[in-house]
Design a protein around this ligand. Sequence first.
Ligand SMILES: Nc1ncnc2c1ncn2[C@@H]1O[C@H](COP(=O)(O)OP(=O)(O)OP(=O)(O)O)[C@@H](O)[C@H]1O
Length: 337
Amino acid sequence: MPTLIRAEGLTKYYRRPRRYEGAFGGLRTLITRQYDEVRAVDGVDFTVSDGELVGYLGPNGAGKSTTIKMMTGVLVPTSGLIEVDGTAPWRDREKNAMHIGVVFGQRSQLWWDLPLVDSFTLLGKMYRMSEADYRRRLDGFIDLLDLGPFLDRPVRQLSLGQRMRGDLAAAMLHEPSILYLDEPTIGLDAVARDRMRDFIAEMNRESGTTIVLTTHDLVDVEALCNRVVFIDKGRVLYDGSVVDLKATYAPHRTLVVQLASGFTAARAAELLGPEVPGAVIADEEPTLRIRFEANRISAQEIISAVTSRCPVTDLSIVEPELEDVMRTLYGNRTIAV
Ligand SMILES: Nc1ncnc2c1ncn2[C@@H]1O[C@H](COP(=O)(O)OP(=O)(O)OP(=O)(O)O)[C@@H](O)[C@H]1O
């Protein structure tokens, strides 16, 4: 697939006025006019191919929104290259805007006081859509996102879930080839979140829309992203598949064994101890949990060691959570999930 987005050494530094504390601190701040440099994005390299759905992830303040703003043309990079469909987005914002859609979960691009449908009409005109295309696309979204019941209501009266559905339709109305989603599921209830995820997956699968998704919701990531780019302090820490990410940063699995009644986990642990190298065995009657490193011993070896020594009624293997991976990646710093 051809490359649609290319970032090379992409860098954005902000200048923040240095603030002085204490007596006359405010005055000193004003007089000295000294600045601190914030390295929000610090030499980022990545590419996104046509049709990909990529998660762009990182802890608070990592530089995700700043990168998205450079991809959408809102911010000019301090240095480095950003190219979207062969064009520097900040150089030709209008051209770039014609083939991208953007949804910020925390902000709306809809007109607050107008009925929802009026925002669509205005956007259709702004994007110079033909009447037939506009009608076809809008009818499709009314169907897909069930917008009918609140199309005539002012946006400020909509629930968050309804407003987000409206925002998604608005972002996709002009059939953009790229969709940037910044925290699209934030604050939504479980049903609305599922619906949002279904829509995002469908846009990617059926319409071939390339999607760059920023989220702190790891369920979004597991459900939607084949590939993730993790950044921290403005630098890329990982770029690859979710499967490889887990294998690299969380290679452990847990075998959960239900023992036949009367057979204690302590007894099983005693029998198994030396037979299961590297395994951590914890007991919680009548369940035995064996945590093992998948790259040191196979699940099959452990299962046969267990079943040949203990009476077992059930077995299952639990994969590591993406949250464990995040903790390993970012050390034990607090992460927003
Ligand atoms: N306009 C600005 N002026 C100065 N510093 C800024 C500005 N915008 C962002 N920053 C700083 O740049 C860094 C990266 O911010 P950014 O918003 O890109 O992070 P983020 O990964 O999107 O964070 P979050 O997950 O909290 O939204 C942070 O240290 C932030 O305080």
